[in-house]
Design a protein around this ligand. Structure first.
Ligand SMILES: *Cc1c(COP(=O)(O)O)cnc(C)c1O
Length: 383
């Protein structure tokens, strides 16, 4: 492997920010108390959790009691959807989501279908946008939850969440938003967005892996999915991961605080990548041209195999993705690209480049130079 890797897969995960590690270390060493214990060491842990909860609540414009720390973004999605569905079984059995959600949402809805729930999977247009009118039309008297993503992890499209939230609020339908990709990319105000539940994952914004956040609006009844102690106000049993919680809150704070400095740089790098890639014959951008994450540049190249592009990039020390980390190694094109209506000759040739705060102009120029010969070579090989 080349000495220095060019990491362009920030949608899959990000490196822990050294400042986050610093605040976590005491809770992995000397401050090892159990937050439920009443002696000083335990109280220190509880105080750290309380401060973290306040910090997250403030950033989301929520109340501290509305914030639950959980084990990952996937768990946050699972708890929101299963917790709401199972708590609302007397009201109805209908869920609404979209065809481009993360598997943490799609597979959860499919799981609930085994228990008598029915799911409407809303379509998207060729840019990956959900039509708010489709949400309004899909709602029935049986609907107990609408769950949609803020920003897509493969193509970067940002959905009209506030508008959909207004529709759900008017019809009194609880609205869950998977904001895992948006957490480190855009300001999040749960009041302005009209959302009732919102999921985040720390490792997508330079925090620790294995930590998630679930915002639950006061008054929402949620059936816990993990039974045991009464941690997290009974919403999630298990001794708290104090270091993880402190790291999550710090990472979220830093990410949100640094948005104004980092976003314009990311957009400039992203747009340069898009410009460079689209000079390649038979290439196209996937996702919305403007309503997209500042760090997401994703493409399809006709008549090439995405996996082959990745392997060739890896030889040059470039870490990229075909789309979702979960679809790597599978021969089927991603469900997201299929939902956009792309024909197989295009959807098999996907490449997702997702930037982070450490990426440089030189790295972007290196990739822009490296890609055209790779695509040309693969097309020559008939791959
Ligand atoms: C990464 C991701 C998840 C899952 O988060 P984990 O913390 O890895 O479980 C869920 N939804 C979206 C949109 C994601 O990008």
């Amino acid at each position: 492997m080349p000495e220095r890797i060019i990491y362009l897969d920030h949608a899959a995960t990000t490196a822990l920010d050294p400042r986050v590690l610093d605040v976590m270390l005491p809770y992995l060493t000397t401050e090892y108390g159990n937050a439920s214990s009443i002696y000083t060491l335990g109280r220190h842990a509880m105080q750290a959790i309380d401060r973290s909860r306040e910090q997250v609540a403030e950033l989301l414009h929520a109340r501290p009691t509305e914030i639950a720390f959980v084990g990952c973004g996937s768990e946050s999605d699972n708890l929101a959807i299963k917790g709401m569905a199972f708590a609302s079984q007397k009201k109805g059995n209908h869920l609404i989501t979209s065809s481009i959600e993360h598997h943490a949402v799609l597979h959860t809805c499919q799981y609930l279908e085994r228990f008598g729930f029915k799911t409407t999977y809303l379509p998207v247009d060729s840019d990956g946008c959900i039509n708010p009118d489709d949400v309004a039309r899909a709602i029935t008297d049986q609907t107990v939850l609408v769950s949609l993503m803020y920003a897509n992890n493969e193509i970067g499209t940002i959905e009209p969440i506030a508008e959909i939230g207004r529709i759900c609020r008017a019809k009194k339908i609880p609205f869950h938003v998977d904001a895992v990709q948006a957490g480190g990319a855009v300001p999040l105000n749960v009041t302005e967005l009209n959302v009732d539940l919102l999921s985040l994952s720390a490792h997508k914004f330079y925090g620790p892996k294995g930590m998630g956040i679930l915002y639950v609006r006061q008054g929402m009844r949620l059936l816990p999915q993990l039974q045991g102690g009464s941690q997290e106000r009974g919403r999630r049993a298990g001794t708290e991961n104090v270091a993880g919680i402190v790291g999550t809150a710090t990472a979220f704070h830093l990410a949100q605080e640094e948005l104004p400095q980092i976003t314009p740089r990311l957009i400039a790098l992203r747009d340069r990548l898009i410009e460079g890639m689209l000079t390649i014959p038979r290439s196209r951008l996937t996702g919305h041209p403007n309503e997209r994450l500042p760090n997401n540049a994703s493409f399809c190249f006709e008549g090439v195999e995405g996996e082959s592009i990745l392997l060739n990039l890896d030889l040059l020390g470039v870490a990229a993705s075909t789309g979702s980390a979960c679809t790597s190694g599978s021969v089927d094109p991603s469900h997201v690209l299929v939902a956009l209506g792309l024909p197989p000759a295009w959807s098999h040739g996907s490449l997702r480049l997702t930037l982070g705060k450490e990426n440089t102009n030189e790295e972007v120029e290196t990739v822009i130079k490296a890609l055209p010969p790779i695509i040309e070579k693969l097309r020559g090989l008939g791959m």
